[in-house]
Design a protein around this ligand. Structure first.
Ligand code: EPZ
Length: 424
């Protein structure tokens, strides 16, 4: 497996352009199935998860061209409504084709997407929503089969503001008969991006970004050309890297409102952050103070930034308490940070971090893409070399990661499994 070798100690400085948002494109690509035509998407990041979603759409009969950062999806000849289980197991977000296939073909069959290292990730809220819209759901032998003579608009109140469930129900409701109202909806910017994309296709949706979304079903949706919003988690990750190395990074192509909770937390920790016309300027400056972090649904502190923040707290002054409220198993990076000398104790969903003077490079493994980003963050300031294994998990969500870091002055190299320098 490919590894990163990182030599710590360099301050990061310079400018980076954030790529298009992974979690936005992973819901907008399934939305392309709703049009009977061709949709063109710009600023699509070259990520392994995006290639998996491309394969999912192609397995359904769509024709997809991905050149540079532009993806053209021709959904005219989509006819298959059964998803190969190897794809649904590879990436949970593949379950987002359920809403569009039910809406367009009134049928879909797929294997349960696998859980992953951060939690079991059930789909009960998704299925509850589909049932409320009139679908009949059968779950057996690890497969979900959903069918409906027609989808009828209805009122749905989610038990939890699930991002995926909000998106799936929104997708299904666009072509349903009548009005659907989703209450306790997720308010993430990716849900707003999806609403904007669908409305450009001719949907009639209001309220994304709030906890009540109203969808008036329409007969048909058209082809559109659209640009994906920037990746707020990539932006936040580079902000933490600028802070931890005491450097100065200008992050452009970022929407500050999408990352306010992280900006506010970093400022509380003593990091200088200025929102300028060119982008967000981060100055790491002096030692940071430990702060308490509690992950919450948007606009609260994002769970996808929890691991990266913990790396920063590991070398900040004082004690920090990190509480993970979204996923039940998202502290796997703690053991690896400990190998590097971090002082962290975990009690259930709470981690107590006592800042240490310095970390030391070590051989570490990542369990998910954000844990991987956190270990790279720690490696940037650790004494000596850090070898990070399983970097293919980082490639799921960070485009040209090591190239962007080298451009900021980091000493990081991708080596292939047997230690040779990779061709990248
Ligand atoms: C999306 O996952 C993101 N993925 C995740 O990003 C992100 O961490 C998560 O939202 C929370 O913000 C994409 O958008 C592709 P949820 P999603 O449904 O939709 C439970 C990353 O690193 N739940 O809001 O799967 C679930 O188990 C990834 O980029 C149910 O119990 O998240 C979890 O504990 C990781 N039943 C919590 O809700 C359901 O039916 C949040 O899940 C659905 C969810």
């Amino acid at each position: 497996m490919e590894k990163f070798v990182i030599i710590g100690g360099n301050r990061l400085s310079g400018t980076i352009r954030v790529s298009g948002g992974k979690n936005s494109v992973l819901t907008i690509l399934p939305a392309c199935l709703l049009s009977g035509g061709v949709c063109t998407l710009h600023d699509v990041p070259k990520l392994s998860d995006v290639y998996v979603m491309k394969n999912v759409l192609e397995s359904l009969g769509a024709k997809v061209d991905f050149t540079g950062n532009t993806m053209v999806v021709d959904a005219t000849s989509v006819s298959n409504v059964e998803l190969p289980d190897r794809l649904t197991r590879m990436m949970r977000a593949s379950n987002l084709v359920m809403g569009p296939l039910l809406a367009r073909f009134q049928y879909v069959k797929m294997a349960y997407p696998g859980g992953c290292s951060i939690g079991s990730r059930p789909m009960d809220q998704h299925l509850r929503g589909m049932k409320t819209l009139g679908a009949e759901i059968k779950e057996k032998h690890g497969f979900i089969e959903a069918k409906a003579t027609r989808l009828v608009g209805s009122e749905i109140c989610l038990d939890f503001p699930s991002v995926g469930a909000t998106e799936n129900i929104l997708l299904a409701a666009t072509l349903a008969e009548g009005v659907t109202v989703i209450r306790n909806a997720a308010r993430e910017p990716e849900v707003v991006d999806l609403q904007n994309f669908l409305n450009q296709m001719g949907a009639k949706i209001k309220g994304a970004g709030t906890d009540v979304i109203r969808i008036e079903g329409v007969k048909k949706l058209n082809s559109v050309e659209y640009t994906i919003i920037p990746d707020r988690i990539e932006a936040g990750t580079f902000m933490v890297m600028g802070a931890i190395t005491g450097g100065e990074i200008l992050i452009n192509n970022v929407i500050p409102e999408h990352i306010e909770a992280v900006i506010s937390k970093l400022r509380e920790a003593g990091v200088e952050i200025n929102e300028t016309d060119e982008g967000i300027l981060v100055r790491g400056g002096k030692k940071r103070q430990g702060v308490d972090v509690k992950t919450m649904p948007f606009p609260g502190f994002p769970t996808d930034m929890q691991a990266q923040m913990m790396a920063l707290m590991a070398v900040s002054e004082g004690t920090s308490i990190v509480t993970e409220t979204i996923f039940e198993n998202r502290f796997k990076h703690v053991d690896e940070l400990r190998r590097m000398g971090a002082d962290i104790k975990v009690e259930g969903r709470v981690a107590i971090i006592k800042g240490v003077k310095s970390l030391s490079g070590a051989y570490v493994e990542t369990s998910d893409l954000r844990a991987g980003a956190a270990l790279v963050t720690a490696g940037l300031v650790a004494d000596g070399a850090t070898v990070l294994d399983k970097v293919h998990l980082i490639d799921r969500g960070y485009e040209n990661f090591e190239q962007k870091l080298r451009g900021l002055g980091a000493q990081i190299l991708r080596v292939n499994g047997n230690g040779g320098k990779d061709k990248h």
